[in-house]
Write a protein that binds this ligand. Structure first.
Ligand SMILES: *[C@@H]1O[C@H](CO)[C@@H](O)[C@H](O)[C@H]1NC(C)=O
Ligand SMILES: *[C@@H]1O[C@H](CO)[C@@H](O)[C@H](O)[C@H]1NC(C)=O
Ligand SMILES: *[C@@H]1O[C@H](CO)[C@@H](O)[C@H](O)[C@H]1NC(C)=O
Length: 343
Protein backbone atom coordinates (compact mmCIF):
# COMPACT_ATOMS: atom_id res chain seq x y z
CA UNK A 1 0.00 0.00 0.00
CA UNK A 2 1.18 3.48 -0.42
CA UNK A 3 1.68 5.99 2.28
CA UNK A 4 0.97 9.59 1.48
CA UNK A 5 3.40 12.03 2.83
CA UNK A 6 1.71 15.31 2.04
CA UNK A 7 0.26 17.11 5.00
CA UNK A 8 -3.29 18.09 4.37
CA UNK A 9 -5.40 20.60 6.16
CA UNK A 10 -9.01 19.71 5.80
CA UNK A 11 -12.15 20.16 7.77
CA UNK A 12 -13.29 17.20 9.73
CA UNK A 13 -16.81 16.44 8.63
CA UNK A 14 -18.68 14.07 10.84
CA UNK A 15 -21.26 12.37 8.72
CA UNK A 16 -23.64 10.41 10.89
CA UNK A 17 -25.23 8.77 7.85
CA UNK A 18 -22.01 6.76 7.53
CA UNK A 19 -22.79 4.99 10.80
CA UNK A 20 -23.25 1.28 10.12
CA UNK A 21 -23.91 -1.65 12.37
CA UNK A 22 -20.87 -3.82 11.85
CA UNK A 23 -19.63 -6.20 14.52
CA UNK A 24 -16.30 -5.48 16.12
CA UNK A 25 -13.26 -7.52 15.06
CA UNK A 26 -13.05 -10.92 16.74
CA UNK A 27 -10.68 -10.95 19.72
CA UNK A 28 -6.93 -11.03 19.12
CA UNK A 29 -4.23 -11.95 21.64
CA UNK A 30 -0.44 -11.92 21.50
CA UNK A 31 1.43 -9.73 19.01
CA UNK A 32 -1.53 -8.42 16.97
CA UNK A 33 0.15 -5.47 15.29
CA UNK A 34 0.22 -5.88 11.51
CA UNK A 35 -0.09 -3.95 8.27
CA UNK A 36 -1.49 -5.62 5.11
CA UNK A 37 -2.05 -9.08 6.59
CA UNK A 38 -1.78 -12.20 4.41
CA UNK A 39 -3.06 -15.33 6.11
CA UNK A 40 -2.45 -19.03 5.53
CA UNK A 41 -2.89 -22.24 7.49
CA UNK A 42 -0.36 -25.04 7.41
CA UNK A 43 -1.08 -28.76 7.23
CA UNK A 44 -0.80 -29.12 11.01
CA UNK A 45 -3.30 -26.36 11.72
CA UNK A 46 -0.90 -23.53 12.59
CA UNK A 47 -1.90 -20.13 11.22
CA UNK A 48 0.77 -18.01 9.53
CA UNK A 49 0.32 -14.27 9.19
CA UNK A 50 2.58 -12.27 6.86
CA UNK A 51 2.79 -8.48 6.99
CA UNK A 52 4.46 -5.43 5.43
CA UNK A 53 7.79 -4.66 7.12
CA UNK A 54 11.52 -4.64 6.42
CA UNK A 55 12.13 -8.13 5.01
CA UNK A 56 8.40 -9.03 5.28
CA UNK A 57 7.47 -10.47 8.66
CA UNK A 58 5.66 -13.65 9.59
CA UNK A 59 4.12 -14.77 12.84
CA UNK A 60 2.22 -17.85 13.89
CA UNK A 61 -0.68 -18.80 16.14
CA UNK A 62 -2.61 -21.95 17.01
CA UNK A 63 -5.91 -20.19 16.31
CA UNK A 64 -7.15 -17.12 14.45
CA UNK A 65 -7.60 -15.40 17.80
CA UNK A 66 -3.95 -15.98 18.67
CA UNK A 67 -1.88 -15.89 20.67
CA UNK A 68 0.24 -14.52 17.79
CA UNK A 69 3.99 -14.98 18.17
CA UNK A 70 6.57 -12.24 17.85
CA UNK A 71 7.20 -11.54 14.14
CA UNK A 72 10.18 -13.04 12.35
CA UNK A 73 11.73 -11.78 9.15
CA UNK A 74 11.12 -13.81 6.01
CA UNK A 75 14.05 -12.23 4.13
CA UNK A 76 17.26 -11.12 5.74
CA UNK A 77 17.15 -7.49 4.64
CA UNK A 78 16.34 -4.05 5.99
CA UNK A 79 14.52 -3.16 2.75
CA UNK A 80 10.93 -2.14 3.27
CA UNK A 81 8.98 -4.91 1.54
CA UNK A 82 5.25 -4.60 1.43
CA UNK A 83 1.82 -6.04 0.81
CA UNK A 84 2.63 -9.75 0.98
CA UNK A 85 0.31 -12.32 -0.58
CA UNK A 86 0.54 -16.03 0.22
CA UNK A 87 -1.07 -18.87 -1.73
CA UNK A 88 -0.57 -22.62 -2.15
CA UNK A 89 -0.32 -23.65 -5.81
CA UNK A 90 1.43 -26.51 -7.64
CA UNK A 91 2.59 -28.12 -4.38
CA UNK A 92 4.35 -25.02 -3.06
CA UNK A 93 3.65 -21.86 -1.11
CA UNK A 94 4.11 -18.70 -3.16
CA UNK A 95 4.83 -15.42 -1.44
CA UNK A 96 4.44 -12.22 -3.45
CA UNK A 97 5.72 -8.90 -2.14
CA UNK A 98 6.55 -5.43 -3.42
CA UNK A 99 9.07 -2.67 -3.34
CA UNK A 100 7.59 0.76 -3.80
CA UNK A 101 8.68 4.35 -3.77
CA UNK A 102 5.91 6.37 -2.16
CA UNK A 103 3.80 8.50 -4.50
CA UNK A 104 5.55 7.25 -7.65
CA UNK A 105 4.89 4.51 -10.17
CA UNK A 106 8.37 3.10 -9.58
CA UNK A 107 7.25 -0.08 -7.89
CA UNK A 108 7.79 -3.72 -8.57
CA UNK A 109 6.52 -7.12 -7.50
CA UNK A 110 8.66 -10.14 -6.64
CA UNK A 111 7.88 -13.73 -5.76
CA UNK A 112 9.44 -16.34 -3.49
CA UNK A 113 8.46 -19.94 -2.80
CA UNK A 114 8.77 -22.62 -0.18
CA UNK A 115 7.64 -26.23 0.09
CA UNK A 116 6.21 -25.51 3.54
CA UNK A 117 5.24 -22.46 5.51
CA UNK A 118 7.78 -23.28 8.20
CA UNK A 119 10.78 -23.58 5.84
CA UNK A 120 12.78 -20.70 4.38
CA UNK A 121 11.43 -19.00 1.27
CA UNK A 122 13.60 -19.00 -1.83
CA UNK A 123 13.45 -15.69 -3.66
CA UNK A 124 12.82 -15.82 -7.42
CA UNK A 125 13.09 -12.07 -7.89
CA UNK A 126 11.00 -9.75 -10.00
CA UNK A 127 7.94 -10.68 -12.01
CA UNK A 128 8.14 -9.48 -15.57
CA UNK A 129 5.17 -7.10 -15.44
CA UNK A 130 5.60 -4.25 -17.92
CA UNK A 131 5.60 -0.81 -16.29
CA UNK A 132 2.37 1.17 -16.49
CA UNK A 133 1.90 3.49 -19.47
CA UNK A 134 -0.69 5.92 -20.74
CA UNK A 135 -2.87 3.16 -22.07
CA UNK A 136 -2.70 1.13 -18.88
CA UNK A 137 -1.90 3.56 -16.13
CA UNK A 138 -1.12 1.45 -13.07
CA UNK A 139 1.37 1.06 -10.28
CA UNK A 140 2.87 -2.39 -9.76
CA UNK A 141 1.86 -2.94 -6.14
CA UNK A 142 -0.38 -5.20 -4.04
CA UNK A 143 -0.06 -8.54 -5.80
CA UNK A 144 -2.73 -11.19 -5.35
CA UNK A 145 -2.47 -14.64 -6.88
CA UNK A 146 -5.75 -16.23 -7.86
CA UNK A 147 -6.22 -19.82 -8.98
CA UNK A 148 -9.36 -20.53 -10.96
CA UNK A 149 -10.23 -24.21 -10.60
CA UNK A 150 -12.55 -23.70 -13.57
CA UNK A 151 -10.06 -23.95 -16.43
CA UNK A 152 -7.12 -24.26 -14.04
CA UNK A 153 -5.93 -20.77 -14.83
CA UNK A 154 -3.66 -18.66 -12.66
CA UNK A 155 -4.07 -14.90 -12.42
CA UNK A 156 -2.14 -12.11 -10.81
CA UNK A 157 -4.23 -9.17 -9.65
CA UNK A 158 -2.36 -6.01 -8.77
CA UNK A 159 -2.51 -2.22 -8.38
CA UNK A 160 -2.66 0.62 -7.90
CA UNK A 161 -4.11 4.18 -7.65
CA UNK A 162 -3.88 5.79 -11.14
CA UNK A 163 -6.21 3.53 -13.14
CA UNK A 164 -6.49 1.15 -10.20
CA UNK A 165 -6.75 -2.63 -10.36
CA UNK A 166 -5.47 -4.80 -13.21
CA UNK A 167 -4.94 -8.48 -13.84
CA UNK A 168 -2.51 -10.60 -15.84
CA UNK A 169 -2.69 -14.30 -16.58
CA UNK A 170 0.25 -16.48 -15.49
CA UNK A 171 1.62 -19.61 -17.11
CA UNK A 172 3.07 -20.59 -13.72
CA UNK A 173 3.38 -18.68 -10.42
CA UNK A 174 6.64 -17.02 -11.55
CA UNK A 175 5.71 -16.18 -15.14
CA UNK A 176 3.22 -13.61 -16.33
CA UNK A 177 1.77 -13.84 -19.83
CA UNK A 178 2.43 -10.36 -21.11
CA UNK A 179 -0.49 -8.73 -22.84
CA UNK A 180 -3.09 -10.92 -21.16
CA UNK A 181 -4.42 -7.86 -19.32
CA UNK A 182 -7.85 -7.39 -17.83
CA UNK A 183 -8.88 -4.16 -16.17
CA UNK A 184 -10.85 -5.15 -13.08
CA UNK A 185 -11.68 -1.95 -11.24
CA UNK A 186 -11.33 1.82 -11.58
CA UNK A 187 -12.59 4.61 -9.38
CA UNK A 188 -13.13 7.56 -11.66
CA UNK A 189 -13.57 10.10 -8.88
CA UNK A 190 -10.99 12.85 -9.34
CA UNK A 191 -8.99 13.78 -7.42
CA UNK A 192 -8.74 11.10 -4.78
CA UNK A 193 -7.76 13.40 -1.94
CA UNK A 194 -7.25 17.12 -1.64
CA UNK A 195 -3.76 18.01 -2.79
CA UNK A 196 -2.90 14.53 -3.94
CA UNK A 197 -3.82 14.59 -7.60
CA UNK A 198 -0.16 14.37 -8.54
CA UNK A 199 0.09 10.86 -7.11
CA UNK A 200 -2.72 9.45 -9.19
CA UNK A 201 -6.24 10.32 -8.40
CA UNK A 202 -7.95 7.11 -7.63
CA UNK A 203 -7.50 5.42 -4.29
CA UNK A 204 -8.16 1.74 -5.00
CA UNK A 205 -5.63 -0.93 -4.06
CA UNK A 206 -5.12 -4.23 -2.28
CA UNK A 207 -7.14 -6.48 -4.59
CA UNK A 208 -8.09 -9.93 -3.35
CA UNK A 209 -10.07 -12.26 -5.59
CA UNK A 210 -12.11 -15.08 -4.11
CA UNK A 211 -14.37 -17.68 -5.69
CA UNK A 212 -17.51 -18.71 -3.89
CA UNK A 213 -20.44 -20.74 -5.08
CA UNK A 214 -19.47 -20.38 -8.72
CA UNK A 215 -19.05 -16.59 -8.64
CA UNK A 216 -15.91 -14.48 -8.55
CA UNK A 217 -15.59 -11.74 -5.96
CA UNK A 218 -13.11 -8.91 -6.16
CA UNK A 219 -12.40 -7.35 -2.77
CA UNK A 220 -10.25 -4.25 -2.51
CA UNK A 221 -9.43 -1.31 -0.28
CA UNK A 222 -10.73 2.09 -1.30
CA UNK A 223 -9.52 5.35 0.21
CA UNK A 224 -6.54 6.45 2.26
CA UNK A 225 -4.71 3.71 4.14
CA UNK A 226 -2.42 5.62 6.33
CA UNK A 227 -3.52 9.03 7.51
CA UNK A 228 -5.81 10.13 10.30
CA UNK A 229 -8.95 12.24 10.65
CA UNK A 230 -6.60 15.18 11.25
CA UNK A 231 -5.71 15.18 7.55
CA UNK A 232 -8.26 12.99 5.78
CA UNK A 233 -11.97 13.83 6.00
CA UNK A 234 -13.96 11.09 7.64
CA UNK A 235 -15.26 8.83 4.88
CA UNK A 236 -12.13 9.13 2.70
CA UNK A 237 -10.12 6.70 4.83
CA UNK A 238 -9.65 3.00 3.97
CA UNK A 239 -12.74 0.87 3.60
CA UNK A 240 -13.36 -2.55 2.12
CA UNK A 241 -15.28 -2.88 -1.14
CA UNK A 242 -16.56 -5.77 -3.23
CA UNK A 243 -17.65 -6.39 -6.81
CA UNK A 244 -18.68 -9.65 -8.46
CA UNK A 245 -18.39 -11.42 -11.80
CA UNK A 246 -19.25 -14.69 -13.52
CA UNK A 247 -15.66 -14.91 -14.72
CA UNK A 248 -12.27 -14.52 -13.07
CA UNK A 249 -11.38 -11.82 -15.58
CA UNK A 250 -14.55 -9.76 -15.17
CA UNK A 251 -16.49 -7.69 -15.99
CA UNK A 252 -17.21 -7.01 -12.33
CA UNK A 253 -20.34 -5.26 -11.12
CA UNK A 254 -21.48 -4.12 -7.68
CA UNK A 255 -24.64 -4.98 -5.78
CA UNK A 256 -26.53 -2.20 -7.59
CA UNK A 257 -25.40 -3.60 -10.96
CA UNK A 258 -22.89 -0.82 -11.66
CA UNK A 259 -19.83 -1.76 -13.68
CA UNK A 260 -16.70 -1.53 -11.54
CA UNK A 261 -14.47 -0.13 -14.30
CA UNK A 262 -16.75 2.17 -16.29
CA UNK A 263 -19.37 3.21 -13.72
CA UNK A 264 -17.52 3.61 -10.40
CA UNK A 265 -19.15 0.44 -9.11
CA UNK A 266 -18.25 -0.95 -5.69
CA UNK A 267 -20.24 -2.06 -2.63
CA UNK A 268 -18.77 -1.23 0.77
CA UNK A 269 -18.76 -4.20 3.15
CA UNK A 270 -16.72 -2.74 6.02
CA UNK A 271 -15.71 0.77 6.98
CA UNK A 272 -14.99 2.85 10.05
CA UNK A 273 -17.31 2.00 12.93
CA UNK A 274 -17.21 2.12 16.73
CA UNK A 275 -13.52 2.29 17.64
CA UNK A 276 -12.46 0.72 14.34
CA UNK A 277 -10.89 3.24 11.94
CA UNK A 278 -9.88 2.65 8.30
CA UNK A 279 -10.12 -1.17 7.99
CA UNK A 280 -8.37 -2.46 4.84
CA UNK A 281 -5.47 -4.44 3.42
CA UNK A 282 -7.91 -7.34 3.50
CA UNK A 283 -8.01 -10.97 2.46
CA UNK A 284 -10.75 -13.58 2.39
CA UNK A 285 -10.58 -17.30 3.05
CA UNK A 286 -12.77 -20.30 3.66
CA UNK A 287 -11.61 -21.41 7.07
CA UNK A 288 -11.91 -25.16 7.50
CA UNK A 289 -11.57 -24.84 11.28
CA UNK A 290 -14.47 -22.37 11.62
CA UNK A 291 -16.42 -23.83 8.69
CA UNK A 292 -17.07 -20.32 7.45
CA UNK A 293 -15.72 -17.75 5.08
CA UNK A 294 -13.89 -15.01 6.93
CA UNK A 295 -12.72 -11.51 6.07
CA UNK A 296 -9.43 -10.45 7.63
CA UNK A 297 -7.81 -7.02 7.55
CA UNK A 298 -5.86 -4.46 9.53
CA UNK A 299 -7.54 -1.60 11.39
CA UNK A 300 -6.61 1.41 13.47
CA UNK A 301 -8.10 2.57 16.76
CA UNK A 302 -10.37 5.56 16.22
CA UNK A 303 -9.34 6.92 19.63
CA UNK A 304 -5.63 6.56 18.84
CA UNK A 305 -5.16 6.62 15.09
CA UNK A 306 -1.41 6.96 15.30
CA UNK A 307 -0.92 3.56 16.92
CA UNK A 308 0.23 0.77 14.59
CA UNK A 309 -2.55 -1.15 12.86
CA UNK A 310 -4.01 -4.30 14.42
CA UNK A 311 -5.06 -7.63 12.94
CA UNK A 312 -8.82 -8.11 12.73
CA UNK A 313 -11.19 -10.64 11.26
CA UNK A 314 -14.92 -11.27 11.04
CA UNK A 315 -17.22 -13.94 9.71
CA UNK A 316 -18.63 -13.33 6.24
CA UNK A 317 -22.22 -14.34 5.61
CA UNK A 318 -23.86 -14.50 2.18
CA UNK A 319 -27.26 -13.00 1.45
CA UNK A 320 -29.98 -14.50 -0.74
CA UNK A 321 -28.47 -12.89 -3.84
CA UNK A 322 -25.02 -14.22 -3.03
CA UNK A 323 -23.49 -10.98 -1.75
CA UNK A 324 -21.13 -11.18 1.22
CA UNK A 325 -21.70 -9.24 4.43
CA UNK A 326 -19.76 -8.94 7.68
CA UNK A 327 -21.62 -10.71 10.45
CA UNK A 328 -21.38 -11.73 14.08
CA UNK A 329 -21.04 -15.48 13.64
CA UNK A 330 -20.71 -18.00 10.86
CA UNK A 331 -24.11 -18.16 9.22
CA UNK A 332 -23.71 -21.90 8.83
CA UNK A 333 -22.95 -21.51 5.13
CA UNK A 334 -21.54 -24.83 4.17
CA UNK A 335 -18.54 -25.51 2.08
CA UNK A 336 -20.26 -24.81 -1.23
CA UNK A 337 -17.50 -23.14 -3.12
CA UNK A 338 -14.13 -23.68 -1.43
CA UNK A 339 -12.91 -20.24 -2.33
CA UNK A 340 -9.32 -20.95 -1.43
CA UNK A 341 -8.18 -24.21 -2.91
CA UNK A 342 -4.99 -25.99 -2.18
CA UNK A 343 -3.78 -27.23 -5.52
C1 LIG B 1 12.08 -1.96 -7.47
O1 LIG B 1 11.44 -0.83 -6.84
C2 LIG B 1 12.27 -0.14 -5.92
C3 LIG B 1 11.40 0.93 -5.27
O2 LIG B 1 10.94 1.85 -6.20
C4 LIG B 1 13.47 0.44 -6.63
O3 LIG B 1 14.32 1.07 -5.68
C5 LIG B 1 14.23 -0.68 -7.31
O4 LIG B 1 15.26 -0.13 -8.08
C6 LIG B 1 13.30 -1.45 -8.21
N1 LIG B 1 14.02 -2.58 -8.77
C7 LIG B 1 14.05 -2.82 -10.05
C8 LIG B 1 14.93 -3.96 -10.47
O5 LIG B 1 13.42 -2.17 -10.86
C1 LIG C 1 3.16 -27.07 13.21
O1 LIG C 1 4.38 -26.94 12.51
C2 LIG C 1 5.15 -25.80 12.87
C3 LIG C 1 6.35 -25.75 11.97
O2 LIG C 1 7.00 -26.99 11.86
C4 LIG C 1 5.54 -25.89 14.34
O3 LIG C 1 6.24 -24.73 14.71
C5 LIG C 1 4.26 -26.00 15.18
O4 LIG C 1 4.59 -26.17 16.52
C6 LIG C 1 3.40 -27.15 14.71
N1 LIG C 1 2.12 -27.08 15.42
C7 LIG C 1 1.49 -28.14 15.87
C8 LIG C 1 0.16 -27.88 16.52
O5 LIG C 1 1.94 -29.28 15.77
C1 LIG D 1 -14.30 6.34 -5.18
O1 LIG D 1 -13.58 7.38 -4.60
C2 LIG D 1 -14.37 8.31 -3.88
C3 LIG D 1 -13.46 9.43 -3.43
O2 LIG D 1 -12.40 8.95 -2.66
C4 LIG D 1 -15.06 7.59 -2.73
O3 LIG D 1 -15.91 8.49 -2.04
C5 LIG D 1 -15.87 6.40 -3.26
O4 LIG D 1 -16.41 5.66 -2.18
C6 LIG D 1 -15.00 5.51 -4.11
N1 LIG D 1 -15.81 4.49 -4.73
C7 LIG D 1 -15.42 3.21 -4.76
C8 LIG D 1 -16.35 2.30 -5.48
O5 LIG D 1 -14.41 2.80 -4.26
Amino acid sequence: MKLHTSLLLTTLLLDTTLAQKWPNPEPCTGECRIHDPALARSENGTYYLFGSAPGVTVKTAPSLNGPWSEPKKVFNTEDQLGAPDIMHVNGKWWLYYQRTKISTQESNISVASSPSLSSPFVDHGLLDIPPGNEQRDYNRIDANLFYDSNGRDLYLNFGSFWDDIFQLRLSDPKTVISDSFSHLEKNKTEPGFPGESSTGANPSEGAFEFKWNGKYYLFWSSGNCCHTTKTVPLGDEYKIMVCRSDKATGPFVDKAGKNCVSENGGTMILGTHDNVYAPGGQGVRYDDELKSVILYYHWLRFDNQEEPATFGWNYLGWDGEGWPFVTEKGDGTKDKGKGEKKV
